[in-house]
Design a protein. Structure first.
Lengths: 188, 421
């Protein structure tokens, strides 16, 4: 029996269930259960951040996650298919439209420290990464950071918090991932 | 009254290491230690001064000549270690009933040789050994190979190879050619292949009385690389275990000409070379059968290698891998004036308690002077807490590389500095 991990509650949950249905895997979800049997599959509802690691370790065979989650964790998983939904960008945004070199010496709040660090290194920018777990856009208003690095879908949250995109770190979308050993057993 | 000034010179072949040198040497030793520990090796230390009989007579005439030995004030013969193997053998002989067997250890210590000082020949230098004793299992050989690969990978070597051979296979080949009168003499000559070339080896073989026919036969076998007629089981089993330990094939090369000059190897032998730099052998060793025979009645079979620490340092310098090794301090807290002392000390204490390597300037000197000190010590961040900053509960952080500065609330200083790591 194959185990598939999908996001427990978030923007990926509904489109993930719809995608599985399009493959003929009906997920009869009716409440807060974390595990559901769907034909030959066991569907596990997990935190998105845990899914790449569980797939890498072979605890679950497949997962549906955003590209950002895989790259942030530097997980060694196979990306089987880009699913085309939940498209978004990881962007750096600040109070005004400044060049990225102006970020030197500044504080950037993010939940994606690894992706931000490699972007800064690649662009030879020396800035302080302030790691937070969420509500990133409000951190500059609290005086804890000068800029943010966060996922943006429409850009309205940035606008609401008086932030302007400065640079794109990464384009992300939902992808189907698998453990390299499971990939060999299953053809998509 | 005039004082006699002593010339602050040091002996030829010894070295002083300044902080920038030591930062690099410590970094390399720390990488090695961390790998050794990862594989369950603990360390030991043996004395610098030894009874002369412990050290002398173990390395041949040449070795004895190069061993530092002298009489102490009690007229005892004293010798300094020539390598780490003999002191290790003595330690095992004196303690084996209390040691866990098999016993594995790493040892990084200075050794001394009374060489004529010249380029690449030092009188005082570090050796870095690992050994596993008390087991004949080939797994020990494979584990040592795994450790060698991890050390060189983690130090940033890319194109290196462990050349391996089996002393048993080599003896079998020599036997089959009837060249077994003095196999050690032959092995010593074949070992020079890389140094003196094929013709040099042929000449030396013929000079010890090996017939032309035999020499041709021997070189034919080596050049065809076909050893299927001999017992290859040791090498094959070793290679299989290396694979099971996930050692990439590219790092291991079977080299039937590899002999290693030392007479006491009896099984698998290794030698590490790098194509990135031409410094010869960076690490070498092998299986031996009688480590402590001179010091006790027990026999201990073991396997070990010595990392050429000084050569590895030279190679890494040449490959420019040590340019970014930092000195200790990450932050210098300045002393703006004597009124600021308490506030600056509070900041300094908070930084140190948060695990950030920091220091405080000892006098309320001109800031430019304090910055100059920071530059000389390669400290990346300088914190200023003057009256203006204190009035607003802020600090100013100056970046020594760009000269830029940033003022932030004092309670954000720790996360700000940590955000750069």
């Amino acid at each position: 029996m194959f185990k598939i991990g999908i996001q427990k509650g978030g923007r990926l949950t509904t489109p993930s269930i719809e995608y599985l249905a399009s493959l003929g895997i009906e997920v009869p979800r009716n409440g807060r259960e974390l595990m559901i049997l769907a034909g030959d599959f066991k569907i596990l509802f997990l935190r998105q951040k845990d899914i790449p690691e569980f797939v890498e370790r072979g605890i679950i065979d497949f997962g549906i996650v955003g590209t950002n989650a895989i790259l942030e964790k530097q997980s060694k998983v196979d990306i089987i298919k880009e699913l085309g939904f939940c498209k978004c960008s990881l962007v750096i945004a600040g109070p005004s439209n400044i060049s990225i070199t102006a970020l030197n010496g500044e504080r950037i709040a993010t939940s994606f420290p690894n992706l931000l660090r490699s972007f800064l290194q690649k662009n030879k920018i020396n800035a302080s990464i302030i790691e937070v777990q969420g509500s990133v856009e409000v951190i500059p208003a609290m005086g804890l950071a000068d800029a943010v690095c966060d996922l943006v879908q429409t850009g309205s949250t940035l606008k609401d918090n008086n932030l302007v995109p400065i640079a794109t770190v990464l384009e992300s979308q939902a992808v189907l991932i698998s453990n390299p050993n499971s990939t060999k057993k299953w053809r998509f | 009254m005039s004082r006699t000034i002593i010339d602050p010179k040091i002996l030829k072949g010894t070295r002083d290491f300044l902080p920038t040198d030591m930062a690099k040497r410590d970094y390399v030793m720390d990488v090695m230690r961390s790998v050794f520990r990862k594989y369950g090796y603990d360390t030991i230390e043996t004395p610098v001064i030894n009874y002369a009989e412990t050290i002398l007579g173990k390395y041949g005439e040449e070795g004895d000549r190069l061993t530092y030995n002298f009489k102490d004030s009690g007229d005892r013969g004293i010798a300094l270690p020539y390598d780490l193997t003999v002191p290790f053998a003595r330690l095992v002989a004196a303690n084996y009933s209390n040691l866990p067997m098999p016993f594995k250890r790493y040892q990084i210590q200075r050794v001394w040789r009374a060489e004529k000082p010249q380029k690449g020949r030092l009188r005082e230098f570090y050796q870095c050994d690992i050994d596993v004793i008390g087991t004949k299992s080939l797994l020990a050989e494979a584990e040592v190979a795994r450790i060698i690969v991890s050390v060189f990978e983690e130090l940033g070597f890319e194109n290196f190879r462990i050349k391996v051979n089996s002393r048993r296979l080599m003896n079998a080949i020599l036997d089959s050619f009837g060249l077994d009168d003095d196999p050690l003499a032959l092995i010593r000559i074949i070992d020079k292949m890389a140094k003196i070339g094929e013709d040099g080896v042929k000449n030396e073989l013929s000079s010890i009385g090996v017939s032309q026919n035999k020499i041709t036969e021997l070189f034919d076998a080596f050049s065809k690389g076909d050893f299927s007629a001999y017992d290859m089981s040791e090498i094959e089993e070793f290679m299989g275990l290396c694979k099971d330990l996930c050692i990439d094939d590219k790092y291991i090369e079977f080299d039937p000409c590899l002999a290693r000059g030392l007479d006491y190897y009896t099984g698998i032998i290794y030698e590490v070379v790098s194509d990135d730099v031409d410094f010869g052998t960076l690490c070498a060793g092998g299986r031996y059968d009688d480590l402590c025979g001179l010091f006790c009645k027990e026999d201990f079979s073991g396997v070990g290698v010595a990392f050429g620490f000084e050569r590895i340092m030279l190679a890494l310098e040449k490959m420019n891998r040590l340019a970014d090794v930092p000195l200790s301090s990450k932050v210098l807290v300045t002393l703006f004036d004597s009124v600021s002392t308490a506030a600056s000390l509070a900041i300094y204490n908070e930084l140190v308690c948060a695990g950030i390597n920091s220091e405080i300037y000892f006098e309320p000197a001109k800031l430019s002077e304090q910055f100059k000190y920071a530059a000389k010590k390669q400290v990346p961040f300088v914190v200023v807490s003057g009256p203006d900053e204190r009035a607003k509960s802020e600090v100013t952080v100056k970046f020594m590389d760009s000269g830029n500065q940033k003022t932030i609330p004092v309670n954000q200083l720790i996360s700000y500095i940590k955000g750069y790591v």
